[in-house]
Design a protein around this ligand. Structure first.
Ligand SMILES: [Cu+2]
Length: 332
């Protein structure tokens, strides 16, 4: 995987136009007011090749009530285009109601990720979509399942059944799993199957085999998150000769989860497939990440016991560029 960290330029520009507005959809069968992109949940997939230029024009049509918004492209390097990162209060101001803003940035590095609102908690209300940057493969497969949406605007139906996927036996599938949850810890498994994990987001790793992947489907209750009333979400895979009208029902056995709560897969299991030399640091700073309950009884994260509340009129990047590093005491 040599070259993963290098900058590339194909000269190709991928254009996207997003209209963000409120709407009612029923992703899990129950109608819900959400924030939609071009009327869709999840938002349209962004796809590019490594080294392309991605250009996204975001039109903020959120009304009743109006809200600012901004889109962040999760994990993109934005080297030499830091102001395009899309984090309101840090790299830019939010896009005002009725406003429009075009972000232009390089598709680097390559792999699977997602884009999401970085304004308030809008992405919990649906403001996100998948993003794939195609590049060299460190594991071969037959079929890229790419992006799958189960979104519907239909009304709630009793016994609606679970989502269905058709697989061809003997073929090797690539699945790209996204945990778009705000705080939920999710794990993914397929009855009777092992999976080979060969990338974590944008990082190709030495492939390892597992029967459960931390990301999706089992919403844990108690230890780290608020209790969930649907602990196991199910879907069905059908091979070519299966009766797709039948339900596996009671035959399904969700994997026994032996992984400890609130922890990722062991680092010894996730070894980067390539190494980028960083050199010796000029300065080393220890930062203690913690959380506290603030005066309004909300959980607030801290770094070295200090909280941060974004001032939308004074993004940090702009202040730093102007030589003002006194934030948050004197953001003006
Ligand atoms: Cu993100």
């Amino acid at each position: 995987m040599a070259g993963h960290g290098e900058q590339r330029n194909t000269g190709v520009v991928r254009n996207y136009e997003f209209a963000i507005a409120r709407g009612t959809v029923a992703p899990d069968g129950y109608s819900k007011d959400m924030l939609l992109i071009n009327g869709e949940y999840p938002g349209p997939p962004i796809e590019a090749n490594w080294g392309d230029t991605i250009q996204v024009t975001v039109n903020n049509a959120i009304a009743n009530p109006v809200e600012g918004t901004t889109i962040h492209y999760h994990g993109l390097m934005n080297q030499n285009s830091e102001w395009e990162d899309g984090v309101s209060g840090v790299s830019k101001c939010p896009i005002a109601p009725g406003g429009s803003f075009t972000q232009t940035f390089k598709a680097t590095p390559y792999g699977s990720t997602f884009y999401h609102s970085h304004y308030s908690s809008q992405y919990a209300d649906g403001l996100w979509g998948p993003m794939i940057i195609h590049g060299p493969k460190n594991e071969l497969y037959d079929i890229d399942l790419n992006t799958t949406s189960t979104s519907t605007t239909g009304p709630c139906v009793n016994n609606a059944g679970v989502a269905k996927f058709n697989f061809i036996s003997g073929k090797k599938y690539r699945l790209r799993l996204i945990n778009s949850g705000i705080a939920a810890i999710q794990k993914f498994s397929i009855d009777g199957h092992n999976m080979t994990v060969f990338a974590n987001g944008f990082i190709p790793i030495e492939p390892y085999t597992t029967n459960i992947v931390w990301i999706c489907s089992r919403i844990s209750s108690g230890e780290c998150t608020e209790p969930a009333n649907q602990p196991i979400a199910l879907a069905t895979i059908y091979y070519e000769k299966a009766n797709t009208t039948g339900s596996p029902g009671a035959n399904s056995v969700a994997q026994v989860d032996n992984t400890p709560p609130c922890e990722n897969d062991a680092l010894s299991q996730t070894v980067a497939a390539y190494h980028i030399a960083t050199g010796d640091p000029a300065t080393t700073i220890d930062m203690a990440v913690n959380f506290t309950i603030n005066a309004t009884n909300h959980l607030a994260w801290t770094i070295n016991d200090s909280g941060f509340r974004a001032n939308f009129n004074n993004p940090l990047l702009l202040l730093a560029n102007a030589g003002n590093d006194s934030y948050p005491y004197d953001p003006e």
